[in-house]
Design a protein around this ligand. Structure first.
Ligand code: SF4
Length: 215
């Protein structure tokens, strides 16, 4: 078999295995080929007039959802809107926790259907756990891992380090490129959540995109 075909087989097998596992764990799961398909799909899932919250995610931004929701007919609690004071941004984070819809990404996802997330403030992990009526998680093909342990390693030693750099923080990891489990005031990784399954069937939807998205 050609190398290209073997790689395609591997990717499809991983995604199909994960989709089946996620459905068994009460998620509504879809898979789309591209970012623009994901944008169309997610926008179609949120009725006009809904309140919408969001949690820190490069994936959501890369898909174009922040911009699309901002200009749409929604009440969007967007803490990333330019010019917001710290107090106002915090108010948005809090209001997002009671929104009709919450859109975010995940730092890692196992092929057995667990999500692993690491937060600075903790609003995103709170929303995934409880609060918003519906949560939509968009995930790129690069976020799949084989186990919870591998996922935790990925988020602590890769995603968190790259996110620290993205925020231009002066931290041990932005000096050395590896996590030093620091005690810095500006530490971006404070709350680690492993989601084994969802309690309420269909509350959380997962949209898998066949592209590399986020860190
Ligand atoms: S614990 Fe500190 S050093 Fe490690 S990734 Fe987080 S911010 Fe960087």
């Amino acid at each position: 078999m050609e190398i290209k075909k073997i790689k395609l087989w591997y990717k499809e097998t991983i995604v199909n295995t994960a989709m089946k596992a996620l459905e068994e764990k009460n998620y509504a799961v879809s898979s789309v080929p591209t970012k623009s398909d994901a944008l169309k799909l997610v926008m179609g899932m949120i009725p006009e007039g809904s309140t919408v919250g969001t949690g820190g995610s490069m994936t959501v931004s890369e898909v174009g959802l922040l911009d699309a929701i901002e200009i749409g007919n929604f009440k969007f609690y967007n803490q990333y809107r330019t010019g917001l004071s710290e107090d106002k941004a915090n108010e948005m984070r809090t209001q997002g926790l009671l929104a009709d819809y919450y859109i975010t990404g995940t730092n890692a996802i196992t092929i057995t259907g667990e999500l692993i997330n690491l937060d600075g403030f903790g609003n995103r992990v709170a929303a995934i756990t409880y609060g918003p009526k519906k949560v939509i998680i968009i995930v790129g093909i690069n976020k799949f891992v084989n186990s919870i342990e591998e996922g935790i390693h990925r988020v602590r030693h890769y995603a968190a380090v790259l996110n620290s750099k993205r925020f231009n923080r002066l931290l041990p990891c932005t000096e050395t490129g590896k996590c030093n489990d620091c005690h810095a005031t500006d530490r971006i990784c404070n709350h680690l959540l492993v989601t084994y399954r969802q309690h309420k069937k269909g509350r959380v939807s997962i949209v898998i995109v066949d592209e590399e998205l986020g860190f």
